[in-house]
Design a protein around this ligand. Sequence first.
Ligand SMILES: CC(C)(COP(=O)(O)OP(=O)(O)OC[C@H]1O[C@@H](n2cnc3c(N)ncnc32)[C@H](O)[C@@H]1O)[C@@H](O)C(=O)NCCC(=O)NCCS
Ligand SMILES: Nc1ncnc2c1ncn2[C@@H]1O[C@H](COP(=O)(O)OP(=O)(O)OP(=O)(O)O)[C@@H](O)[C@H]1O
Length: 195
Amino acid sequence: MSRPTIIGLTGNIATGKSAVMRLAAERGALTIDADRVVHELLDGDPAIQAAVAEAFGPEVRRADGRIDRAVLGGLVFGDAERLRQLEALLHPAVRAEIGRRVAAAGDRVVMIEAIKLLEGPLAAACDAIWVTACAPATQMARLRVCRGMDEAAALARVAAQAPQEEKIARANVVIRTDGLLRETEAQFDAAWRQI
Ligand SMILES: CC(C)(COP(=O)(O)OP(=O)(O)OC[C@H]1O[C@@H](n2cnc3c(N)ncnc32)[C@H](O)[C@@H]1O)[C@@H](O)C(=O)NCCC(=O)NCCS
Ligand SMILES: Nc1ncnc2c1ncn2[C@@H]1O[C@H](COP(=O)(O)OP(=O)(O)OP(=O)(O)O)[C@@H](O)[C@H]1O
């Protein structure tokens, strides 16, 4: 039976995972963004919405039932225990949805982007782990300039993620993104040829 080749993509915030996902999609991969799966659940899954409101309070829920991600983010980034609680609530449903998409992928290459890929069971399902990395100064500049985050919000996100070195230590492929986009693309293509 045909099975997909699964690449797990991780790397800390603003290290360039989106660029790598775009390149993979251009070359025919099925790309699955775990952040987006989370957003779909928070926007449209009534059981998840009820469980999140139960755990984090009615103020995280909008009148239409959707979860207010800015309010929820304010509660969990900066509080490791609450973030773990939210992850425990969401990750089983995220994994189930990713599993459904992978099962329908035939023999395509599938690239799964997830910030907590290496911390959970998803990593074991991957044939290879790719990690994007850049200098901390590049990362902070991208968060502040491109996403308009203030320094405290940017630092809180970075602090919620395992150090870059731990991710690099477990990677089959490391893509450095401090340079030009075409330098990212050249590293991508070298790795893509080895699949
Ligand atoms: C807290 C939430 C509502 C904030 O939503 P918001 O729209 O502001 O951010 P978004 O989801 O787009 O994430 C942006 C970036 O924040 C970082 N981030 C998100 N979740 C996490 C996390 N659990 N741990 C560390 N960093 C995270 C990532 O770098 C991510 O790319 C949302 O991020 C969430 O529910 N996170 C917990 C679920 C999770 O683990 N998501 C990651 C994919 S499995
Ligand atoms: N050489 C490069 N390679 C990749 N991205 C680059 C490069 N130079 C500049 N950038 C820019 O850096 C930013 C990186 O942010 P991006 O959203 O891709 O990070 P991410 O890892 O996907 O973040 P998140 O964890 O939020 O999903 C983008 O705006 C991208 O255009």
